[in-house]
Design a protein around this ligand. Structure first.
Ligand SMILES: Cc1cc2nc3c(=O)[nH]c(=O)nc-3n(C[C@H](O)[C@H](O)[C@H](O)COP(=O)(O)OP(=O)(O)OC[C@H]3O[C@@H](n4cnc5c(N)ncnc54)[C@H](O)[C@@H]3O)c2cc1C
Length: 306
C-alpha cells in the first residue's frame, strides 16, 4: 500500500491535468491515475485554435505542457492503469487496480472524460481499423489520396473532415439532417473546401468489403432510396459518451451517465469531486474542462482545510 495522498485524480485529460496542476501547486500531495494515454481527447486533436492566450497549436503539445507543469509542481502521474474497484465513502478514499495495487487519498477528483459513439450498424465492428476510424490524427495518413466518408454534422465531424482533406483526395460528409450542429465558421470552412462534398438527410446502413472496407450502403431519408457507394475509408464523428460505466452505483449519474455536480464540482459524496467532459454540462471544450478541473482542485483544497 502506498501513502495516503491528499488528492487522487482519476483521469489525465485536460480536466485531470489542470486539477493536478492546481492541487500540487497548493502543496497537496497529488496522484493522477489515468486509464489509457495521458492527455485524453487533447492528443486526438490536430489543431487547437481556440485556447485563449495560446496561438494555434496541436493538442499533443498542450497535453505535454500540462503534464510538465503538473510534474514540476510535484504531482505524481501513473498512466495506462486499469481500475477495478472504487471505495469512496469514509474519510480515506481507495481505488484498487486490476493488478491488485491499491491507492488511497483524502479526496478524489473524477475526470474520466468521454469517448466516441459508434454507429452500431452491420460491419462496423469487423472493419474497425480496416477502413473505419474514429480518429483523424491517428489514421488520416493511411488514407492519403483515397476517397473517404465522414459521418456526422457537429464541430468534430466538420473540423476533422477539413483536416482529412490534407490526406484524402475526396471527403464526402454524410449527415442525417438537412443542417449542421456546428459553429458557423466550421460549416463555412468545410463548405469552402473544394475536396469536400455533402450528402444530407442520409444515414449509413452497412459496411461491406473483403478483409478491408470497400463499400457502404446508405439510405436517403427523404425518399427511402438505398444506395451503395465504393469507399476507401469511413471516419465516424457522431459524438461520445462519458467514461462513467465503471462508476455506476458508485456516484450519482444522470440518465446520460454524466456525473452530477454542483457549481463547485462537488458530487453526492463528501470529498469526491468531478470535472470535465464526464459531468452534466452543455459545452465540452478544453477550456471548459480546464475550468472544471481548476474548480474541482480548489474545492478539494477547501474540503481538506475543513
Ligand atoms: C477530435 C476532437 C477535436 C476537438 N477539438 C477541440 C478544439 O479544437 N478545442 C477545444 O477546446 N476542444 C476540442 N475538443 C474537445 C476537448 O478535447 C475535450 O472537451 C476535452 O479535452 C475533455 O477533457 P477531459 O479531461 O474532460 O476528458 P478526456 O480528454 O476524455 O480525458 C479523460 C482521460 O481519463 C481517462 N479515463 C477514463 N476513464 C478513467 C477512469 N475510470 N480512471 C482513470 N482514468 C480514466 C481517459 O482514458 C482519458 O485519458 C475536441 C475533441 C475531439 C475528440
Amino acid at each position: 500500500m502506498n501513502d495516503v495522498f491528499d488528492v487522487m485524480i482519476l483521469g489525465g485529460g485536460a480536466a485531470g491535468l489542470s486539477a493536478g496542476i492546481y492541487s500540487s501547486r497548493a502543496k497537496l500531495s497529488t496522484l493522477i491515475l489515468n486509464e489509457g494515454a495521458l492527455g485524453g481527447q487533447m492528443v486526438l486533436t490536430d489543431e487547437i485554435a481556440n485556447y485563449p492566450g495560446v496561438e494555434t497549436t496541436n493538442g499533443y503539445k498542450v497535453a505535454n505542457t500540462m503534464k510538465k507543469q503538473a510534474k514540476d509542481f510535484g504531482c505524481k502521474i501513473k498512466s495506462n492503469v486499469s481500475i477495478a474497484k472504487y471505495a469512496f465513502h469514509g474519510d480515506v478514499k481507495e481505488v484498487e487496480l486490476k493488478d491488485g495495487r491499491k491507492f488511497q487519498a483524502k479526496s478524489v477528483i473524477l475526470a474520466p472524460g468521454g469517448k466516441s459513439i459508434t454507429l452500431n450498424i452491420p460491419g462496423e465492428g469487423a472493419f474497425q481499423g480496416k477502413g473505419i476510424s474514429y480518429c483523424a490524427t491517428c489514421d488520416g495518413d493511411f488514407f492519403t489520396d483515397k476517397e473517404i466518408i465522414v459521418v456526422g454534422g457537429g464541430n468534430s465531424a466538420l473540423e476533422e473532415a477539413v483536416t482529412l482533406t490534407n490526406y484524402a483526395s475526396k471527403v464526402t460528409i454524410v449527415h442525417q439532417f438537412d443542417h449542421f450542429q456546428a459553429f458557423e465558421h466550421a460549416v463555412e470552412e468545410a463548405k469552402s473546401n473544394p475536396k469536400i462534398d455533402f450528402i444530407m438527410k442520409t444515414e449509413l446502413r452497412q459496411f461491406m468489403g473483403n478483409g478491408k472496407l470497400q463499400q457502404v450502403t446508405m439510405e436517403h431519408l427523404s425518399n427511402g432510396n438505398v444506395e451503395e457507394m465504393d469507399v476507401d475509408g469511413v471516419f465516424i464523428f457522431i459524438g461520445y459518451k462519458p467514461n462513467t460505466e465503471s462508476l455506476k452505483g458508485v456516484i450519482s449519474l444522470n440518465e446520460k451517465n454524466e456525473i452530477i455536480t454542483d457549481s463547485e464540482m462537488k458530487t453526492n459524496i463528501p470529498g469526491v469531486f468531478a470535472a470535465g467532459d464526464c459531468i452534466v454540462k452543455k459545452y465540452r471544450q478544453v477550456t471548459t474542462a480546464v475550468a472544471d478541473g481548476t474548480i474541482a482542485a480548489l474545492s478539494a483544497v477547501e474540503y481538506l482545510k475543513n
